[in-house]
Design a protein around this ligand. Sequence first.
Ligand code: GRF
Length: 214
Amino acid sequence: MLNIGVLVSGGGTNLQALLDRIDEGYIKNARISTVVSSKQGVYALQRASDMEIPSAVISGKEYESIDLYDKALIEHFSRYDVELIVMAGFLSFVGTLFVTRYKDKIINIHPSLIPSFCGKGYYGLVPHIKAIEYGVRLTGATVHFVNEEYDKGPVILQKAVPIKRGDTPEILQKRVMEQAEWILLPLAVKLFAENRLVIKGRHVIIEGDEELQI
Ligand code: GRF
């Protein structure tokens, strides 16, 4: 059984997608053992509570250094024997200690087609604001492994979403979440739980016969 630890900072809709897909048996041999939020009072914590999943608030602001923050996160996740970390709308930074401890075992969902509209400051509505401003026809979401460079780890899955005339950032964000994020993240976790993701340098090989239906 794969124990998953989920890092959140907001509404938790990506967490909910994981919970639902595990409940439906789409993701097998895995469970969310704990949820950690970087902020108090976010609805993601309510979602964890509703499913009786142990949670904690571990905020970077309360630690004097990134190393101490990393150690607090590692200590918490170790208590739950976590073997996969999922960043689902997580807005804080983790450091070298954390990324090394969970090397090739941290997955992040980002609301753009990396390497476009990503990097420091590109979170929440910002990727969508920038995509609309730039005038691209397609944006989407990316699930990737996390390494020491922000938003630059090996890409696991991507899905394109059209930008339509009159889109506001809010309308576009909802479309990207519904049509891309909430599909890609559970699929990536399913593939990880089935040991079908093989990292070779910058590339992620997805093992298994059938063509993925994304
Ligand atoms: C959303 O902007 C989403 O695009 C990104 O993080 C934010 C909150 O997601 N992944 P969630 O509802 O907390 O999962």
